[in-house]
Design a protein around this ligand. Structure first.
Ligand SMILES: N[C@@H](CCC(=O)N[C@@H](CS)C(=O)NCC(=O)O)C(=O)O
Length: 207
């Protein structure tokens, strides 16, 4: 398998899951602005929307969209328990969480990455919107559960972690959401996460 990624982008969720699964894979650092892959291919021919993640399976099929890539990866190794079985209510809950992370939490960070400096009222509005989405995560963790679906880490947690981790990067405080902060720290400590962050150049290898 090959994962097209950009350092620190949402594609890191799939990178984390590939590490969690311990399967063989290649990485291709992709320049979405230039539309070029590290190997020199035209990325728009691989992913017509021009964004990561794009996963190329061992059979050469191309899968895009975080929610689809993450579930595909989890389904390759069902014994790893990174997604509940298809057809169950628990799987629907996973899809509910993945869709929330994708269309609500992830997109709430859009204004911070628009390429235009975010100041004044526009920044305030964007911060408020991130805060609303973080508040929902906080509420989801209110019963003391360790992860979004309960006490088991799933692909939705990898995706939520990557997006929540952007808060520090763009200078948005999550201090009002202590359970969410602990949740982020808990996931950040996973060896698969550290490995992905080191490989993407986001942190040094811990001693
Ligand atoms: N709907 C897509 C969105 C993916 C997305 O927003 N990818 C960003 C990185 S987090 C990207 O590649 N942006 C570059 C671009 O749009 O040129 C998904 O869920 O996979």
């Amino acid at each position: 398998m090959k994962l097209h990624y950009k350092p620190g982008a949402c594609s890191m969720a799939s990178h984390i899951i590939l590490n969690e699964l311990g399967v063989a894979f290649e990485l291709d650092k992709t320049d979405t602005n230039a539309g070029k892959t590290e190997a020199g291919d035209n990325f728009l021919k691989i992913s017509p929307n021009g964004y990561v993640p794009a996963l190329i399976t061992d059979d050469g099929d191309i899968i895009t969209e975080n929610a689809a890539v993450l579930q595909y990866l989890a389904d390759q190794s069902p014994d790893a328990g990174l997604a509940p079985a298809n057809g169950t209510l628990a799987r629907t809950r996973l899809q509910e969480a993945l869709n929330f992370v994708s269309s609500e939490l992830h997109k709430s960070f859009g204004p911070f990455f628009s390429g235009t400096e975010l100041v004044g009222d526009a920044r305030q509005r964007a911060e408020t919107r991130v805060g609303r989405r973080a508040a929902y995560i906080e509420q989801s963790l209110a019963d003391g559960r360790a992860f979004l679906l309960g006490d088991t880490f799933t692909v939705a947690d990898a995706y939520a972690f990557v997006v929540l981790n952007w808060a520090g990067f763009v200078g948005v405080s999550l201090a009002a959401y202590p359970k969410t902060q602990s949740y982020v720290a808990r996931i950040a400590a996973r060896p698969a996460v550290i490995k992905a962050m080191v490989a993407e150049g986001l942190m040094e290898q811990p001693a």
